[in-house]
Ligand binder design. Structure first.
Ligand code: PBG
Length: 327
């Protein structure tokens, strides 16, 4: 057979495969989600996310130290407050759970990179991501509390804020308030294309943030839409976002690709709780090889064009990346 083209030449052995790899990954691009519970002392396993934990304020540095042991230098913080009310006032309290967690982390590990999730749903007694008027979230009123919350995180020492609420204009509102208080150099990572997804189920169980009525379709995006993601990203770029995010990751690889190709900002993908929980469940049932599925899923997100990844597997992936063993 006179074949000139034989693509298999470059797949023949491990050495040539490694040489020709198009996607190079690094632990530097991994962000680990940490859940801090104000009412907890010590550490408690999260039932809906096997292998993940709630940390008390007295033990949050254990989570940080575990990250650092694996070479993960970035976290995104989520808070479970002791009290909730209609407007989510514990979200911006100076001694709120996230604000205290930031100070605790920064006192011990000033170089550890702390990003905070900015949203109201963990703090409101109705579980929606903003202030309600009747049964609807009032966009413009919510902007004020989001901006206050972001400012309180930054004043407590957060390195970056990540609004996940999907209100219109939140990036501009947060940028304006941060700048007015002298925080002109603090970046905003915008959950720009965040879909109304069933894949957030295990997170909502973990964070106690499921809406008491209705759903989030009035503010999060319709999974049928592609162009709308480009619109959301473009608006966030105009409003001053520094990093864009697509969420979830696995079922939205097309959106990641388009946003990566279209925008010049760094792009983050969030491999969400349902993606993680499904792999865990399938592995526990003996149906898949957890390690290889974890690696392949992460590689696909980077191949698609994401520059960084928020994942519950960050520590395990960092180990795999360091070993150069992503399958
Ligand atoms: C808060 C928020 C959510 C997630 C991140 N920030 C839940 C939601 O929007 O309902 C989901 C993360 C995950 O599922 O891992 N709004």
């Amino acid at each position: 057979m006179e074949l000139i083209q034989r693509p298999r030449r470059l797949r023949r052995n491990e050495a040539v495969r490694r040489l020709c790899r198009e996607t190079r990954v690094s632990p530097d691009s991994l962000i680990y989600p940490i859940f801090v519970d104000e009412t907890l002392s010590g550490v408690r396993p999260i039932e809906s996310l096997p292998g993940q934990y709630h940390y008390g304020l007295d033990s949050v540095n254990q989570a940080v130290e575990a990250c650092m042991e694996h070479g993960v230098g970035h976290c995104i913080l989520f808070g479970l407050p002791a009290t909730k009310d209609a407007c989510g006032s514990s979200a911006w309290a100076e001694d709120g759970v996230v604000q205290r967690a930031i100070r605790t982390i920064k006192a011990a590990w000033p170089g550890f990179h702390v990003i905070t999730d900015v949203c109201m749903c963990e703090y409101t007694d109705h579980g929606h991501c903003g202030i309600l008027h009747g049964r609807e979230v009032d966009n413009d009123e919510t902007l004020e509390v989001l901006a206050k919350t972001a400012l309180s995180h930054v004043e407590a020492g957060a390195d970056m804020v990540a609004p996940s609420d999907m209100m219109d204009g939140r990036v501009a509102a947060i940028r304006a308030v941060l700048d007015a208080h002298g925080h002109t150099m603090t970046p905003i990572m915008s959950y720009a294309a965040k879909y109304a997804s069933a894949f957030y189920g295990p997170f909502r169980a973990a964070a106690g943030s499921a809406p008491a009525f209705g759903d989030r379709k009035g503010y999060q995006m319709d999974p049928h839409n592609r162009k709308e993601a480009l619109k959301e990203c473009a608006l966030d770029v105009e409003e001053g976002a520094d990093i864009l995010m697509v969420k979830p990751a696995m079922n939205y690889l097309d959106v990641i690709r388009e946003c990566a190709d279209t925008f010049e900002l760094p792009l983050c993908a969030y491999s969400v709780s349902g993606e993680y929980a499904m792999i865990k469940a399938a592995a526990a049932a003996g149906l898949v090889d957890e390690y290889r599925i974890m690696c392949e899923s992460a590689v696909s997100v980077f191949r698609t064009g994401a520059n960084m990844l928020i994942t519950y597997y960050a520590k395990e992936l960092a180990d795999a990346m360091r070993k150069g063993d992503l399958g």
